[in-house]
Write a protein that binds this ligand. Structure first.
Ligand SMILES: Nc1ncnc2c1ncn2[C@@H]1O[C@H](COP(=O)(O)OP(=O)(O)OP(=O)(O)O)[C@@H](O)[C@H]1O
Length: 355
C-alpha cells in the first residue's frame, strides 16, 4: 500500500522491547505533514522509546516507520533527516552557539557564506541576540541553550522535528513562554513535529493532535479538545485533567463510567435531571476558582470547580448538578496492562473504583 502523500509521520503496528520486556505495543498512528503531535503519558509508558524509533536510534521488532511517505524502517538516524531536541540540550560544549547551529550545514557541505547567513537567520528566529550567538553553551542560560538546540535541529530543514521533553528543565514562567515560541516557530516553518511530554497542560496547549500513551500503547489520538471532552477510556479521562467518573450506565450506552469534568459541575443548581446530594468534604482556594469536594450519601465523591465567590464550607449540605450534554459515557475499557492507580500515583486514582 502506498502511504498518502500528506503523511508527515506514520507508524504501522510498531512493537519494540528492550530484551524480553515489551515497552511499545502495536502502535499505529498518522500525523499529517506540518502538524504537531504531543505524545503524552506517565513516566515509563514508552514515549521516549517511541521517539527513538522515529529517529532511527532504535529499530522496531515489528511494524514500519514512514517519514514523509518514505519507508525509513531500515534506515539509520543520519539517513532519516530528523532534527532532534533533547531535555538536556546536548549541545557541543566546545563550540559557540553559532558553531553548534552551523554544524549540520557543514556536514552537508553548504557554502560558507550561505551557511553564515542561514545560521544568523535561524538564531534570530529563535530569539538569540548577536552577542549571545558567540558564546559557548556554558555561558548561556537553560532557555538560551534550548533555543540553540532548536535552531540546530531546524536548520537542516528536517522532515520531522523530534522533541523529547525540551522544556522540562526550565522554570515555569520560561517554560510557558518557550512553549508559545516553539509553537509559533513550528507553524511558521511548517515542520512536522512530535513532542514528548508528561505535562498535560503543555500537551493541550501546543499540539494539533494529542496521543495519550500508557503501558506502551497509544490509547487515543485526537485533537486536544476532542480527547479532553470525549476520552475513549477511563485512563485517558483521568490523565488529561481532573475527572469525575461515575460508575453506572446511561440509557443507550454500554459504558461502565460516565465522565463529568469538575468545571462542568455546578453547586446547588436550580432544578435539572442530573443531580447528586452530599456534604462538602473539603474546599481548596485557587484564586479565581474553588475546588469543592463533595461526598454523596451513597459514598460517591464528586469534585466541583466553581467561582471563588461561592460561599461553602466543609460540612455544608449541597446539591451537585451537571447538564446532560456534559455527561460523557466513556466508550471503552482500559487495556488490562493499564491501571489507573499503578500508572501515575494519586492523580490517577479513580474517584470511583469499579465495583
Ligand atoms: N535502555 C533501556 N534498557 C532497558 N529498559 C529500558 C531502557 N530504556 C528505557 N527502558 C524501559 O522502557 C520503558 C519505557 O521507557 P521510556 O523512556 O520510553 O518511557 P517514557 O515514557 O519516556 O518515560 P519518562 O517520561 O520517564 O522519560 C520503561 O519501563 C523503562 O524503564
Amino acid at each position: 500500500m502506498n502511504p498518502p502523500t500528506n503523511d508527515g509521520v506514520r507508524l504501522d503496528a510498531i512493537t519494540f522491547g528492550y530484551g524480553p520486556t515489551t515497552v511499545v505495543r502495536d502502535v499505529s498512528l498518522a500525523l499529517p505533514a506540518g502538524k504537531l503531535l504531543a505524545l503524552l503519558g506517565p513516566s515509563g509508558c514508552g514515549k521516549t522509546t517511541l521517539l527513538k524509533l522515529l529517529g532511527g536510534y532504535l529499530a522496531p521488532s515489528a511494524g514500519r516507520v514512514f517519514l514523509r511517505g518514505r519507508d525509513v524502517t531500515a534506515l539509520p538516524p543520519e539517513a532519516r533527516n530528523a532534527g532532534t531536541v533533547f531535555q538536556n540540550y546536548a549541545l557541543f560544549p566546545h563550540l559557540t552557539a553559532r558553531q553548534n547551529v552551523a554544524f549540520g550545514l557543514e556536514v552537508r557541505r553548504v557554502a560558507r557564506a550561505v551557511c553564515d547567513r542561514q545560521v544568523d537567520d535561524m538564531l534570530a528566529r529563535v530569539g538569540l541576540s548577536a552577542e549571545e550567538r558567540d558564546r559557548k553553551p556554558a555561558r548561556l542560560s537553560g532557555g538560551q541553550q534550548q533555543r540553540v538546540a532548536l535552531a540546530r535541529a531546524l536548520i537542516i530543514e528536517p522532515d520531522v522535528l523530534l522533541l523529547d521533553e525540551p522544556l522540562a528543565n526550565l522554570d515555569r514562567h520560561l517554560r510557558d513562554q518557550l512553549r508559545t515560541e516553539l509553537r509559533t516557530l513550528q507553524r511558521q516553518t511548517g515542520v512536522t513535529a512530535v513532542l514528548v511530554t508528561h505535562d498535560q497542560e503543555e500537551a493541550l496547549a501546543v499540539s494539533d493532535l494529542i496521543g495519550v500513551m500508557a503501558a506502551g500503547r497509544v490509547l487515543q489520538v485526537g485533537a486536544p479538545a476532542d480527547v479532553y471532552d470525549r476520552p475513549r477510556t477511563p485512563f485517558v479521562a483521568k490523565f488529561l485533567g481532573a475527572a469525575n467518573l461515575l460508575p453506572g450506565k446511561m440509557v443507550g450506552s454500554a459504558a461502565e463510567f460516565v465522565m463529568v469534568r469538575p468545571e462542568h459541575c455546578a453547586l446547588n443548581p436550580e432544578g435539572g435531571r442530573w443531580t447528586w446530594t452530599g456534604r462538602v468534604a473539603g474546599v481548596t482556594f485557587l484564586g479565581a476558582d474553588l475546588l469543592v469536594d463533595v461526598t454523596c450519601d451513597n459514598g460517591l465523591s464528586l469534585r466541583v470547580r466553581s467561582r471563588a465567590t461561592e460561599r461553602v464550607q466543609p460540612g455544608d449540605l449541597v446539591t451537585v448538578g451537571a447538564a446532560e450534554h456534559h455527561l460523557w459515557p466513556i466508550p471503552d475499557a482500559d487495556p488490562p496492562e493499564v491501571t489507573l492507580t499503578g500508572a501515575g500515583g494519586d492523580a490517577l486514582s479513580p474517584t470511583f473504583p469499579p465495583a
